[in-house]
Design a protein around this ligand. Structure first.
Ligand code: FAD
Length: 378
């Protein structure tokens, strides 16, 4: 029997392979393609079959994500957002909310997840978006920045701080995640102009002005501990970005190896010059190391290991860093042949740099890893 991931990978190669350069140049993905991928459950592969998903485990979803990442980081970014939205609903939603929202996410509706604000990037405790209860609705006021896929999204999963109105009994302060249809009155979505990379991923800023949605759109009740909410949602994003970075490395390795085989200088193929061969060896080491650390983290997810959070941070940190350095190496091997903005390795160079910033920057990952070391020593 054909392995379903190989089959899906071959299929998606046919759908996106030849067009990634054009999408990057025009900074747009075809909406009908995204809807098609979404309707087939391909943008959030881990959603269980009960909700119309593929029910992949983390390892299989990772392998698929890496494949998409090797073809087009913009499509992979949209997948990461959709998967993160679904994961947040799955983890925090009530059974009714899962039944209401997950089939939408496996049925062609597109989603984006907004945490970041102008004053709250690495420090999400500084979020100023407020969510207050008003009868059987909640009202959101605030803004979000750089939200991947928001330009395409039908549903926004937005994080904010819950404000107790002091009138209703039992309300508390805390963090909250709310599902907001992008078409709701008071939502404004403005495209981020000219992003460095993942240019077709539809990054946008979101303004929320007296946005009212039913109370049933608040995932798992108001006033959750912020670290729990954020860490849970981001963990999926980190895993997805880590595997996407593996994909970037694979694309770079293939392009560099091919070029070093066919391009001749000084009468021999580039790969026969030892300094160029060293670049290829470094790229292979970067790709293999990132793959192994992602496989380990996915195994932790699939086995429910207590090491899951730290293994995920480690995988994201290593894979993103390796991708940024690996893509720079690939550009070096191709030199002028890869120095045009739209070439695969040039795109990878721009896309990979962003992987070091999102879902916990290099520095934030290092702080988390250091805290883990210090915690273990105490
Ligand atoms: P800052 O927090 O201002 O940090 C600036 C620099 O200082 C960084 O190098 C950082 O690592 C470092 N730094 C900050 N604090 C510390 C510290 N305590 N110790 C050491 N160093 C520190 N947000 C969303 O909500 N949803 C999305 O879908 C989304 N997608 C994105 C896609 C892209 C391509 C980009 C670029 C951003 C996206 N973001 C998204 C925003 C992203 O999460 C933030 O950019 C990220 O968290 C960093 O925040 P910042 O840019 O405000 O940098």
């Amino acid at each position: 029997m054909t392995d379903p991931i190989s089959f899906a990978s071959t299929e998606i190669t046919g759908l996106i392979a030849g067009d990634a350069e054009e999408w990057d140049r025009t900074a747009a993905l075809p909406l009908d393609l995204l809807r098609k991928l979404g309707a087939d459950g391909r943008l959030c592969g881990q959603v269980p079959a009960t909700y119309g998903g593929w029910g992949l485990d983390s390892a299989a979803n990772g392998a698929y994500t890496a494949h998409v990442g090797s073809l087009c980081s913009s499509v992979r970014s949209v997948m990461t957002s959709q998967g993160m939205a679904a994961w947040t609903v799955e983890r925090f939603g009530t059974p009714e909310q899962r039944s209401d929202f997950l089939p939408l996410l496996t049925g062609g509706e597109l989603a984006a997840v907004g945490f970041s604000e102008r004053g709250a990037g690495s420090d999400l405790a500084a979020m100023s978006t407020r969510v207050r209860r008003d009868g059987d609705t909640v009202v959101l006021d605030g803004h979000k920045v750089w939200v991947t896929a928001a330009h395409y999204a039908d549903l926004l999963v937005l994080f904010g701080m819950f404000e107790d109105d002091g009138d209703s009994e039992g309300q508390e302060e805390g963090a909250v995640a709310v599902v907001v249809p992008a078409s709701t009155r008071g939502v404004r979505i403005d495209r981020v102009p000219d992003p460095l990379g993942c240019r077709a991923a539809g990054h946008a800023d979101i303004t929320l002005d007296d946005v009212r949605v039913p109370l049933t759109h608040v995932l798992g009740g108001a006033a959750l501990p912020l670290p729990l909410l954020v860490t849970t949602a981001l963990a999926y994003g980190r895993m997805s970005v880590a595997w996407g970075s593996v994909g970037i490395l694979r694309g770079c390795l293939t392009a560099a190896a091919r070029h070093a085989t066919v391009r001749e200088q000084f009468g021999v193929p580039l790969g026969e010059h030892q300094l160029v061969a060293r670049h290829l060896a470094e790229l292979l080491v970067a790709e293999q190391t990132a793959t192994r650390v992602c496989e380990h983290a996915s195994r932790c997810w699939d086995e429910g290991s207590p090491d899951q959070v730290m293994a995920t941070v480690l995988a994201k940190h290593i894979s993103a860093g390796n991708a940024a350095r690996g893509a720079a190496t690939a550009v070096q091997v191709l030199a002028s042949a890869g120095a045009r903005d739209s070439h695969l390795v040039a795109r990878a160079y721009r896309d990979a740099k962003l992987m070091e910033i999102i879902e916990g920057s290099n520095e934030i990952c290092q702080l988390m890893l250091a805290r883990h070391v210090l915690g273990s020593a105490a």
